[in-house]
Design a protein around this ligand. Structure first.
Ligand SMILES: *[C@@H]1O[C@H](CO)[C@@H](O)[C@H](O)[C@H]1NC(C)=O
Ligand SMILES: *[C@@H]1O[C@H](CO)[C@@H](O)[C@H](O)[C@H]1NC(C)=O
Ligand SMILES: *[C@@H]1O[C@H](CO)[C@@H](O)[C@H](O)[C@H]1NC(C)=O
Ligand SMILES: *[C@@H]1O[C@H](CO)[C@@H](O)[C@H](O)[C@H]1NC(C)=O
Ligand SMILES: *[C@@H]1O[C@H](CO)[C@@H](O)[C@H](O)[C@H]1NC(C)=O
Ligand SMILES: *[C@@H]1O[C@H](CO)[C@@H](O)[C@H](O)[C@H]1NC(C)=O
Length: 288
């Protein structure tokens, strides 16, 4: 599997930043240094921000770079597969503005909204289509009434199925699904997505790597998201995507199957402390 041990420039930021907000956006401000006002870096960033949102609206994805070392800026934006073109464009446009407000003059910013995310950086994040960076992890603090073992296995089974579909059966590399569950949580809803330039195999293994995090980080939580540069998922016990589920799974048989896709080892948690973000959600990151 392609779980890359990349040097992560963002991880250290987790130890420094103030608690994250309970609602969007969520951001990692990187450790690559600052640019100054009226610098070439700022000018390159400004020009990227003028064209990338529009480009993203067509394929719900755009990546590019502008300038030359040391002022080159790389950027990558992905909109959720159920976003329409205008919502995508305005989400990415907001992300450029929000990222610069929340991480002022920072060269390396990862900012996540419900409908899109954006990373801009002086680091060549386009060199590898499998580098998932340091994923942002968000979770609903509420516990399911089922045991962790049963709930987590159901969530992993659903995400494994949506991931398989996203990787193989969709040119957008996006899929949604739902799974019947129990009386307290009648349905679990899930969504998986990769950047559309990834191969099916790379997409599947990227998603497999982050699905494997569920038992370690999200035990029994009624909702969670992991958003890496290249692949992401989300599950909740309420519907949160447009257009209805592409896949429908029956309730898991009792006793439940072993959780998660095979041969995935969760990575060590190196991202530092958990960040408590109010009653509803917490967010944090790991190095993969
Ligand atoms: C970068 O800018 C921020 C905000 O202006 C400031 O807090 C931080 O100290 C600066 N970092 C460096 C390395 O200059
Ligand atoms: C946007 O698309 C145009 C036309 O395809 C291309 O020339 C330009 O480089 C793209 N810009 C970005 C930032 O992706
Ligand atoms: C696009 O999506 C947004 C919100 O998701 C919605 O408010 C808007 O009406 C949609 N626009 C079109 C043209 O469908
Ligand atoms: C969820 O369960 C954990 C232990 O499994 C407990 O520490 C935590 O307080 C519970 N959270 C809520 C919101 O009830
Ligand atoms: C994961 O999905 C694949 C199909 O995409 C299936 O063959 C495999 O059995 C599933 N694994 C689990 C644990 O659900
Ligand atoms: C993808 O589509 C093929 C053929 O349409 C189907 O056999 C397969 O089960 C689908 N895979 C998933 C994961 O839905």
């Amino acid at each position: 599997m392609a779980r890359h041990r990349v040097r992560c420039l963002l991880a250290a930021a987790l130890l420094l930043v103030a608690p994250m907000a309970a609602a969007q956006p969520w951001q990692f401000c990187g450790q690559s240094g600052n640019f100054s006002a009226n610098s070439a870096y700022q000018s390159n960033l400004r020009q990227l921000s003028a064209t990338l949102p529009k480009n993203a609206s067509a394929a719900l994805f755009a990546a590019g770079s502008l300038g030359t070392v040391p002022d080159i800026v790389y950027a990558l934006a992905l909109c959720r597969g159920d976003a329409n073109a205008s919502a995508c464009e305005s989400c990415v446009d907001n992300a450029f503005q929000g990222g610069q407000q929340l991480c002022p003059y920072n060269k390396d910013v990862f900012i996540v909204y419900d409908l899109c995310y954006l990373r801009f950086t002086n680091r060549n994040l386009l060199a590898s289509a499998t580098d998932n960076g340091s994923p942002m992890m968000l979770m609903n603090a509420q516990n399911a009434s089922a045991t962790a073992e049963v709930f987590d296995a159901a969530a992993a089974t659903l995400l494994n199925a949506t991931s398989g579909y996203a990787a193989a059966n969709s040119s957008r590399r996006f899929a949604t699904g739902e799974e019947a569950f129990d009386a307290a949580d009648p349905t679990i809803y899930g969504l998986s997505q990769c950047t559309p330039d990834m191969s099916p195999d790379d997409c599947r293994s990227c998603l497999g790597g982050i699905i494997a995090l569920i038992p370690q980080y999200f035990g029994r939580k009624r909702g969670a998201r992991v958003i890496g540069t290249r692949c992401n998922y989300r599950y909740e016990v309420y519907p949160f995507f447009a257009g209805g589920s592409m896949l429908r799974l029956p309730a898991p048989a009792a006793p439940p199957p072993a959780p998660g896709p095979a041969n995935m080892t969760p990575p060590a948690h190196t991202g530092g402390e958990l960040q408590i973000c109010g009653q509803k959600s917490v967010s944090f990151g790991v190095n993969l």
